[in-house]
Design a protein around this ligand. Structure first.
Ligand code: ATP
Length: 398
């Protein structure tokens, strides 16, 4: 339970842009369709739009269309008259009427059965509802918000969702970013979840736990983060460490080396495969496409990665290492790293971090850069055991 209900946590660029849209549309009575992966906060945003609207003091009624059996959904939404069916022992207002003058939030709208879609369309078009078994219609004044994690346009193409209903629902569209696109919000959210719980008061997040949180791809988004943080907090004493989290993470991550950043994982995937398309990188790294794309764009700009189009498909590969005569400018620290590697014959991230007095994450980054410029070569081992040696004849000292 959150101490501040409906507070939307995060100040990443992606989240702020979405919040700004939500605030603007809240001032109107346009229907809003909120899309985004499961657990990204669609219901929270719906509540936020209502709270920011002129209807804030009026009812906010939410219904999960996927949770109510199809045969009950109609009566639930439109209400019914006594005797309309067996079990209808008295008149009952439907959710449309209960939300009157306020907001009705149709969650998981993509799961609404087709016959009911037609009825909803009629209600939205005509602004009136007829309870099951009633002769008369009731006028409505309801603002409609809806949400789905499904691709309604694709569903319409597959004839599973009515296109005309999409137009009615989508007066304005808000697409929520996946958690993996929200950068440091992940740690902010994790802290907020711990703080909001009396039973976990005082439990902190160690550095390695934060690094792991940032490195994980969060297929279940904020809901998954919340579950995992709270489960890890049960095992922790004062601080949550990476191993507490790792125990509860369902998907593979290089837990041995949580400092492996998206860039490092891109480099390692390209080292293994030669060249890959964006979609291959996405499935290997289990990281959202926009995140990988953002990194790839700057890696191409920095000359670490090359881009080519083969049979209409864009492929990415590690850029050719520098050859003699085209000597990259290394920083002093990078030169020290090369010298240390030469001295030891082979070096790991941990050894480099210790020798230079830097964090493992920074050491990893420096090693990746040195691999990308052709100064060092990896020895093929993974995680904490990964070692690097000097790439002979590739680099001249400055
Ligand atoms: N930015 C945020 N700040 C604080 N809490 C958040 C945020 N985003 C999501 N949450 C919390 O994460 C949980 C999941 O959010 P919510 O139920 O709104 O997601 P959803 O997108 O509607 O999921 P689904 O599609 O599975 O129904 C909720 O407990 C919600 O309060």
């Amino acid at each position: 339970m959150s101490s501040k209900p409906h507070q939307i946590i995060g100040n990443s660029t992606a989240l702020k842009a979405t919040l700004a849209k939500a605030k603007k549309v809240a001032k109107t009575v346009l229907p809003v369709l909120i899309t985004g992966e499961s657990g990204t906060g669609k219901e929270l945003f719906a509540q936020f739009i209502h709270d920011q609207s002129r209807r804030a003091q009026k009812p906010f009624v939410a219904v999960n269309c996927a949770a109510i059996p199809a045969e009950l959904l109609e009566a639930e939404l439109f209400g019914y008259k006594k005797g309309a069916f067996s079990g209808a022992t008295s008149d009952k207002d439907g959710l449309f009427v209960q939300a009157s003058t306020g907001t009705l939030f149709l969650d998981e709208i993509g799961d609404m059965p087709l016959p009911l879609q037609a009825k909803i369309l009629r209600v939205l078009q005509e602004g009136e509802v007829r309870p099951v078994g009633a002769k008369a219609v009731q006028k409505l004044d309801v603002r409609i918000l809806s949400a789905t994690h499904r691709d309604l346009t694709q569903m319409a193409a597959d004839r599973k969702f009515r296109e005309d209903l999409i137009f009615r629902l989508k007066g304005y569209a808000i697409q929520l970013p996946a958690l993996g696109e929200r950068g440091h919000d992940i740690v902010k959210l994790a802290r907020a979840f711990l703080k909001s719980r009396e039973d976990f008061a005082g439990i902190g997040l160690s550095r390695d736990a934060q690094t792991l949180l940032m490195a994980y791809h969060w297929p279940g988004n904020v809901r998954e983060l919340q579950n995992i943080i709270l489960a890890a907090a049960v095992d922790a004493r004062r601080n949550i460490f990476a191993e507490h989290l790792a125990e509860h993470l369902p998907d593979a991550i290089d837990v041995e080396d949580p400092s492996m950043s998206v860039r490092e994982r891109i480099i390692s995937a390209l080292q293994e495969s030669g060249s890959l398309a964006l979609v291959d990188l996405q499935s290997r790294l289990k990281t959202p496409k926009p995140t990988i794309h953002r990194h790839l764009t700057s890696m191409v700009a920095e000359g670490d990665v090359s881009r080519s189009v083969v049979s209409g498909q864009t492929l990415f590969a590690l850029a050719e290492p520098n050859v003699e005569g085209d000597v990259p400018q290394l920083t002093q620290r990078q030169e020290q790293a090369v010298a240390l590697t030469r001295e030891h014959g082979r070096i790991t991230r941990q050894e480099l971090a210790e020798a230079l007095g830097i964090s493992i994450r920074t050491a990893s980054r420096e090693l990746s850069t040195l691999v990308a410029v052709g100064a060092l070569a990896p020895d093929g081992q993974v995680g904490r055991m990964a070692g690097y040696h000097v790439q002979r004849n590739r680099l001249k000292s400055r």
